[in-house]
Design a protein around this ligand. Structure first.
Ligand code: ADP
Ligand code: MG
Length: 301
């Protein structure tokens, strides 16, 4: 098969591993920087151009679109879908997953467990917002944050008020969330491919740190999931309409709660922690699923 990978950087671990796995399994593969793609959407025959070249037909595309370029990246992906290329994750699902508010609303609608979460733009009553999620201690998150930056634990009601005021004063979009203390500074990353959890790791925050992000000094180890955790991860990916997803779960007293669902989950941490060849599993999924014009919007919203 001919496989395209939408990625800004061919040197990234995840991109390199996908290229390697595709070649090992006998496919032709090419990395396309989606920001360098341009397209013709006015004709009845949609095309995609890349650095002066009219791109040939691809059987499948693996989107690895960074969150800062979602808008243009998903437009390129949509164009490929119109050309009949099979997307591992569809543009609609990628867009959906990038909106945290929309994602959590979709998951809650289908009964997925999650931390009690409040969203606010400019509440007149911060006290009421705090009360709504069960009071302090609580976690305040910037919607645009990644890698743990912009996630704050407010231990007291006073601290929570000041932080919320400060963020809103900067016109930031925030989320206020119940603090799952019993998670003990750890979370579980479930890597879902084609409706199955193919690998899972536990990320434990550094001593005294409630955030488990590897970028914040956390460490990753292999973990065995409970059947309930497995089911929750698979269902969350399915609701989002993602064939490949990284579902992040906290172990709470009332069972697994989903924090977020990532549509371009990194391969480095999970492959190193579990010793599994996740890249090849993604390629095998494509071999099984790719058919021309098979784009179909799954999930809702
Ligand atoms: P980011 O997108 O920046 O990674 P997350 O929402 O994943 O932000 O939060 C970063 C880390 O903080 C999580 O991996 C988890 O360890 C911890 N954390 C986030 N929310 C909660 C919560 N409600 N209760 C307990 N720990 C949390
Ligand atoms: Mg995270």
């Amino acid at each position: 098969m001919r496989i395209a990978i939408l990625s800004r950087n061919a040197k990234l671990y995840s991109t390199r591993r996908l290229v390697e796995a595709a070649i090992n399994r006998g496919h032709e593969v090419r990395v396309l920087d989606h920001l360098r793609c341009y397209m013709n959407i006015s004709s009845s025959k949609p095309t995609l151009h890349y650095r002066g070249e009219d791109l040939p037909h691809y059987d499948a595309v693996i989107p690895r679109i960074g969150s800062s370029v979602t808008f243009y990246g998903t437009a390129v992906l949509r164009q490929l879908e119109m050309m009949g290329v099979y997307p591992v994750n569809e543009s609609v699902a990628v867009t959906r997953s990038r909106d945290k508010l929309r994602s959590l609303q979709l998951l809650s609608r289908k009964g997925i467990g999650m931390p009690i979460t409040g969203f606010a733009n400019s509440p007149d009553d911060i006290q009421d917002l705090i009360k709504m999620v069960g009071g302090a201690p609580l976690v305040i998150k910037l919607l645009e944050g990644t890698q743990g930056i912009g996630v704050v634990l407010a231990e007291t009601k006073k601290a929570a008020e000041s932080v919320i005021e400060a963020f809103l004063g900067l016109n930031a979009n925030i989320m206020v969330q119940e603090f799952i203390k019993e998670a003990g500074g750890a979370d579980i990353r479930c890597f879902v491919v084609g409706g199955k959890v193919v690998a899972a790791m536990k990320r434990q925050g550094a001593e005294g740190e409630f955030r488990s992000n590897l970028h914040r000094g956390g460490s990753a180890t292999l973990v065995k999931l409970t059947p309930d955790e497995r089911k929750t991860a698979v269902k969350a990916a399915q609701i989002m309409g993602l064939n490949v997803a990284g579902v992040d779960i906290l172990r709470s007293n009332r069972g697994p709660v989903v924090m977020e669902v990532n549509s371009s989950p990194g391969l480095e941490g999970i492959e190193k922690a579990t010793g599994k060849d996740v890249a090849s599993m993604i390629i095998q999924f494509i071999e099984k699923s790719a058919k021309p014009h098979k784009t179909r919007t799954r999930g809702k919203g």
